[in-house]
Ligand binder design. Structure first.
Ligand SMILES: Nc1ncnc2c1ncn2[C@@H]1O[C@H](COP(=O)(O)OP(=O)(O)OP(=O)(O)O)[C@@H](O)[C@H]1O
Length: 265
């Protein structure tokens, strides 16, 4: 298991993206007819803001992330980055999924370097790979192959591969979903620390109410499919946050109420 203490090299502050989601609705065409998935979503992600999306399984969270990433066009409405329409994927918007999807025959370092290759960055700039590895605390593991890593380390490699590009927006779809609960708690803090240092805008999808509230400044609660916004929880607590705080418990209660769940347990 890797030591969770992060090194702190100097990092250029990245200008976080301003993401505008205006009246976005979306459906999928199925053999039996259209399947409505998103219903008039309005959301403004300010530069450098950390927002989490919370909602029932299958409500449309990943679909919304895919639209923001530019992986598919929205059925209706508009999505913009810094005022310009999002029409295709762009290296300034990086997606991290639940599965780290590393190349098994490439070392940790070479997997991270792929993030740069995807942008055609010159070999001379590969020092950025070392910096990205340091940012996720993996400098000492650069030569290992993916099968030699724990789940948490593999996900750190995926994060380094994303961060090597200094993204303006980091889109995360259940990035910690496959980790054991202790590693997950550690990585929640690490991700927040990475975000605080680099100041990219962050959009996180999670099923975990505590995770959303612990990490994000703002939590958007979605309804059952087709997803519409049923509430928004602002967490003003400064970072680093205390997990057991009374304010977090209060916000959790409110989140569960918005999700239609019994909040007494
Ligand atoms: N490419 C697709 N074609 C048809 N239907 C799709 C497609 N992608 C997603 N869906 C459907 O759209 C709905 C929303 O899916 P989505 O993955 O966005 O939900 P989610 O909230 O991320 O789910 P979960 O929390 O379980 O990961 C689901 O009913 C899913 O079956």
């Amino acid at each position: 298991m890797v030591n969770a203490v992060l090194e702190a090299p100097r990092v250029e502050p990245a200008a976080g993206a301003h993401i505008g989601i205006q009246k976005v609705s979306h459906h999928f065409d199925l053999p039996d007819g259209p399947l409505p998935v998103l219903d008039a979503i309005d959301l403004d992600l300010k530069p450098g803001e950390f927002v989490a999306l919370l909602g029932p399984s299958g409500c449309g969270k990943s679909t919304l992330l895919r639209l923001v990433a530019g992986l598919e066009p929205a059925g209706r409405g508009t999505l913009t980055q810094d005022g310009k329409p999002i029409t295709r994927p762009d290296p300034s918007r990086i997606v991290v999924f639940q599965d780290p999807t590393l190349y098994p025959w490439r070392s940790v370092r070479d997997n991270v370097a792929l993030g740069l290759q995807a942008r055609g960055v010159l070999a001379a700039q590969r020092g950025r790979v070392d910096e990205a590895l340091a940012r996720v605390g993996l400098s000492a593991y650069a030569k290992l192959l993916p099968h030699q890593l724990s789940g948490g380390m593999a996900q750190r490699v995926a994060l380094a591969r994303a961060l090597v590009n200094d993204p303006a927006l980091l889109v995360m779809d259940e990035p910690l979903g496959k980790l054991d609960s202790l590693t997950r708690l550690t990585m929640q803090s690490e991700l927040v620390a990475l975000w605080q240092r680099a100041r990219f805008s962050a959009l996180l999808v999670t099923h975990d109410v505590e995770e959303a509230l612990f990490m994000a400044q703002r939590v958007i609660v979605l309804s059952e499919r087709p997803a519409r916004i049923v509430g928004e929880l602002v967490n003003p607590l400064p970072y680093p946050r205390q997990r057991g705080s009374a304010q977090l418990a209060e916000l959790r209660h409110e989140a569960l109420r918005l999700l239609g769940l019994d909040a007494t347990w």
